[in-house]
Design a protein around this ligand. Structure first.
Ligand code: 3H9
Length: 700
């Protein structure tokens, strides 16, 4: 079937696009649109409507075509053809008009949308900028400030918001095609002009230099290290000062440089990785998904409360179980407080907050959970405690209820063994703050049934999380790797670095915060407490935890005590370096026989990131992660790994596997095999000249 069809309805030529799943502007669609618009010029139609079949209006350029040789007609040619049509063209938008799709709509003379539709220019999330006129047309319609918000955030906006910004002209509630056709008839009857956005000029007084400076500062902070956002600002500035065609030339030049940049390659990799990670390899197509209409949460602490919010936000009823009425009240109060903060930021209405709160209930009795469809245990991180809880759940929960644990380290199989139905048990590991962080690590136990795992993976999408499937091991994917990241940070610290140097080096590299500042923020005492229950093997070598142990034992638990690796001002929380912390570092180095030496920023960056990569490769060898790209999804969505580096495994591919492997071998020679044992998979790929990506593709 052709991807573009054409018929005349009530005198209006309807160009219908049908390129599943999201009507991406692939070659066939581009060619079809041009042919249809050109052919319609000579027929009896009075005006044209462009409408899409399926779930959405055009969702943008076909991302799979980037990096391949360009093929005419380009999206730019499609857009020029539409804009130059001698017959008036109306875009009829449903679903999401995104990127090149919204740019196509902006080239139409009028735009009509369903009230449920959304529009946006998300290219920045792919390390790109709108390359088909978006940076020139959006500010001409919406003004510079609103356009910069739209394009630098990449977030889609509702039809009503777009209407208020002049980005669309009419919003309708249903019957989109009929409404768009009658809109076109109405415009044709009135002899309406062919409104071309390019003809609008922007009053320079509305776009002073200070406005652009403000945006450069904001974007420089929010998207530190990324190239595209700053180029977007340059393009929008050009829309103010240059004629349209010159602005388009500048936009195209910047777009072209972004498309071929390593940053965009990394972010496009993540786009597909995030979709792949939701798929369970080898799962039979007809595997059922259990319905989840109600959820029980064990534990109303920060984690339990955050998890509860995810479900209430999408209309799923939640019952929180706590050990006492007092603890329960504290938990419910915390949830209320968190919603209140969201309301005060204007991100939620009072009504929406009340609707969510009405869905969250509490109990202190396990019997209160006898009817729920899914239980997520978020209790104290201790195997025995969790086993006791699961034995109780086994006794009260209805058959078929999914029994999930939010454990970050404990053995899911041993937890499942406390029940008579291990097939219903699964790990669902949320990341803190659980109502914000996008990642959900789903842990498949030895006996978890396909239906149980499938349900856990599917519910992730319902609650707007990105799932990644992991097998059972200490720390699963994320924390197993993160332990190596932290351990190497500690080796760099005790071996010669300072907290400032290490944090700056890692921040420069792209991490949102340096590892030691993160530790101060979350509390050094948390991992200290965890270590008290760990075996020596789990703890690793003493040099890796001697410094944090000493700091905690001095009462320096991080920001909450005003001191940790740094000192914090009691009022402003401003951070400053602290000679006492350095005394601890030096004393611990002496105690553990480590000779401190100057260490370069590059060495810190390489050692810390290569430690992650080496462990990631071992995780693949062990079959704990399904694919290399899943590891990238885990790290970028759960650990603030910079998206423009694409995740640890993509980064290894970008650096070159051989180079990473050789460096790891040299660290092994320097620091010993107990710490730096190169992964066998890494060695294999290095000798075969293959990337992780190729290795993963071969196994799909
Ligand atoms: C651009 O437009 C540049 C222009 O400025 C310049 C041009 C010169 N291409 O997300 P889903 C696939 S840049 C190719 O699960 P949903 C996706 O991989 C582009 N494939 O569905 C998945 O495949 P699979 C700017 C695409 O309903 C399947 O479609 N546009 C594209 O949850 C379903 O996707 C964007 O960045 C694409 N553009 O969400 C929008 N989009 O089934 C990107 C999707 O094999 N797309 N696929 O895993 C989206 O944000 C979401 O897909 C959307 C639907 C919201 C549309």
């Amino acid at each position: 079937m052709s991807v573009v069809s054409y018929e005349i309805i009530d005198g209006v030529g309807v160009i219908r696009l049908n390129n599943p799943p999201v009507n991406a502007l692939s070659y066939a669609l581009r060619e079809g649109i041009i042919d249809a618009v050109n052919a319609a010029q000579a027929d009896a139609s009075r005006a044209l409507v462009i409408v899409c079949d399926g779930r959405t209006f055009v969702a943008g350029a076909d991302i799979t075509e980037f990096g391949k040789p360009a093929r005419e007609p380009s999206t730019t040619t499609v857009i020029a053809t539409i804009e130059q049509s001698a017959k008036l063209v109306v875009a009829a938008i449903h679903g999401t008009a995104l990127g090149g799709g919204f740019e196509l709509a902006l080239a139409c003379h009028y735009r009509c949308a369903l009230s449920s539709a959304k529009v946006g220019l998300p290219e920045v999330k792919l390390g790109l900028l709108p390359g088909a006129g978006g940076t020139q047309r959006a500010p001409r319609l919406a003004g510079v400030d609103a356009a910069l918000e739209l394009i630098t955030s990449g977030n889609a906006i509702s039809a009503s918001k777009a209407l208020s910004l002049n980005l669309i002209d009419r919003v309708v509630d249903d019957e989109l095609l009929a409404a768009a056709v009658s809109y076109a008839v109405e415009l044709a009857d009135a002899g309406a002009e062919l409104k071309k956005v390019r003809d609008i000029s922007i009053d320079p007084a509305t776009a002073p230099a200070e406005l652009f400076d403000k945006w450069r500062k904001t974007v420089g902070k929010k998207a530190r290290g990324q190239t595209a956002p700053l180029l977007i600002i340059d393009c929008v500035a050009a829309a103010v000062t240059l004629p349209m065609d010159e602005g388009l030339v500048q936009e195209r030049a910047h777009f072209t440089s972004c498309v071929s940049s390593p940053q965009s390659a990394a972010m496009r990799h993540l786009f597909f990785a995030e979709r792949a990670s939701a798929k369970i390899k080898g799962l039979a197509k007809d595997t059922a998904v259990r319905e989840v209409k109600s959820v029980g949460i064990i534990g109303g602490g920060t984690m339990g409360g955050g998890i509860a919010m995810n479900f209430a936000n999408v209309g799923i009823a939640v019952t929180i179980l706590e050990v006492s009425g007092e603890a329960l009240q504290r938990g419910l109060d915390l949830v209320r407080k968190n919603y209140g903060i969201t309301v005060s930021k204007g991100k939620l209405s009072e009504q929406q907050m009340n609707d969510c709160l009405a869905l969250i209930d509490g109990t202190t009795d396990y019997e209160g959970l006898c009817d729920v469809d899914m239980i997520i245990e978020a209790a104290f991180e201790n195997l025995e405690v969790k086993q006791q809880i699961f034995a109780k759940l086994d006794a009260v929960c209805k058959p078929g209820a999914i029994l999930a644990t939010n454990t970050s380290y404990q053995d899911v199989d041993q937890i499942a063994a406390a029940t008579s139905r291990p097939e219903d048990v699964v790990g669902m590991h949320f990341f803190s703050p659980a109502n914000v962080m996008k990642l959900l690590e789903v842990v498949r136990g030895e006996k978890s049934s396909p239906v149980t795992v499938n349900t856990a993976m599917k519910i992730a999408k319902t609650i707007n999380k990105i799932p990644a499937l992991a097998g059972v091991c200490y720390g699963f994917i994320g924390n197993r790797m993160f332990r190596n990241y932290i351990a190497e940070t500690q080796r760099c610290l005790i071996g010669g670095g300072t907290p400032e140097q290490i944090d700056n080096a890692m921040q420069q590299w792209g991490m949102a915060m340096g590892p030691l500042s993160v530790n101060d923020l979350s509390g050094i005492d948390i991992s200290y407490a965890a270590r008290q229950t760990q075996t020596q093997e789990q703890k690793g070598e003493p040099a890796c935890y001697a410094i944090p142990d000493a700091l905690v034992e001095m009462g320096r638990k991080g920001q909450k005590t005003g001191a940790g690796y740094y000192r914090y001002d009691a009022k402003t929380r401003a951070k400053s370096s602290d000679p006492i912390a350095m005394e601890v570092v030096e004393a611990m180095a002496a105690k553990h026989g480590v000779e401190r030496r100057p260490i370069s920023d590059e060495e810190i960056q390489n050692r810390v990131i290569y430690a992650l990569i080496n462990e990631g490769a071992k995780i693949l060898e062990d079959g704990i992660a399904q694919r290399p790209s899943d590891i990238d999804v885990v790290f970028t969505n759960g650990y603030a790994f910079p998206v423009f580096r694409g995740g640890p495994m993509h980064y290894a591919d970008a650096v070159g596997i051989k180079k990473v492997y050789d460096s790891i071998c040299s660290y092994r020679d320097q620091f010993g095999e107990a710490i730096w044992k190169p992964s066998a998979l890494l060695a294999q790929l290095a000798s075969e000249g293959k990337t992780f990506n190729q290795w993963g593709q071969e196994r799909e």
